[in-house]
Write a protein that binds this ligand. Structure first.
Ligand SMILES: C[S@@+](CC[C@H](N)C(=O)[O-])C[C@H]1O[C@@H](n2cnc3c(N)ncnc32)[C@H](O)[C@@H]1O
Length: 250
């Protein structure tokens, strides 16, 4: 199993989307396989009551009705279960990350404390929280706008300052993508900025690939990348999207 998973890329194949549950798929990689883990897991934060949490992600995250992108799996956990689960996949991701490799995990304000707890329980060193300023959000009288999401980041042990990676910003300002094929798709340019935390030419892991934005951004920036996606329809959409957009980029 280990050899099979580590051989999914070669000189001609710079990226791969694997359909499956990341907790199972990650088991198949050998220790020290990845130069960075950059990901956007389901936040499971889009409802107040337990009953509302069980609703489809289309209902929770879109007002587009029948025109909304497809629903995705894994978003119904309460905060305690989510934190435990996040610590599990983060520990497995750390096992297969190289010493010193960075980890970046997107999250919103509700799950921010849980995310930094899970990262540390999994053994990563928590090094900071960068900000994605989305600009737009619902204005509410007498309240601050929730116009940001966050990137909790850290490293697998010591992260030498001598790594060949330049100074990076801590705030990224990009609006949500106009034409989305995923309910919670991240802007491509945002991900092109974020992947630069990886050493040049390195291998990036995204255990929650969605529509493949991290993998596409990584390849466009000269990295190799492997994405894992459990929802069948998104694994197919990600594959097709990356092929299409890489062909257009040539
Ligand atoms: C927040 S979305 C990622 C969106 C992505 N960043 C993009 O730009 O399209 C999280 C994705 O994780 C997937 N997912 C949920 N649980 C998973 C699991 N156990 N293993 C792999 N993928 C999972 C969901 O199907 C969903 O597409």
């Amino acid at each position: 199993m280990t050899e099979t998973m580590n051989n999914v890329l070669n000189d001609d194949k710079k990226w791969k989307i694997i359909q499956g549950d990341c907790l199972k798929v990650l088991e198949g990689f050998a220790p020290g396989s990845f130069d960075a883990v950059i990901t956007d897991p389901p936040y499971a934060s889009g409802a107040r009551t337990q009953a509302d949490k069980q609703k489809s992600t289309r209902q929770k995250y879109s007002s587009m009705g029948d025109n909304a992108p497809p629903a995705f799996e894994g978003d119904a956990k309460d905060q305690r279960s989510w934190t435990r689960w996040a610590a599990e996949w983060l520990a497995e991701a750390r096992r297969i990350a190289k010493p010193g490799a960075p980890v970046c995990m997107f999250i919103d304000w509700r799950q921010l404390p849980a995310a930094s707890d899970a990262l540390q329980w999994a053994g990563w060193i928590w090094r900071g929280t960068a900000v994605w300023d989305k600009g737009n959000s619902r204005p509410q009288r007498g309240r601050f706008r929730q116009q940001a999401e966050y990137i909790v980041w850290g490293s697998n042990g010591d992260m030498p300052i001598s790594r060949p990676v330049p100074c990076l910003p801590g705030v990224f300002k990009y609006g949500n993508p106009g034409k989305r094929i995923h309910l919670t798709e991240k802007p491509l340019q945002l991900m092109r900025d974020i992947v630069r935390i990886c050493e040049p030419g390195g291998l990036i892991l995204d255990p929650f690939a969605g529509s493949g934005t991290t993998v596409l951004a990584g390849v466009l920036e000269g990295y190799r990348a492997i994405g894992i996606e459990v929802t069948d329809v998104y694994a197919i959409l990600a594959q097709e999207r990356i092929v299409r957009e890489l062909a257009e980029a040539v």
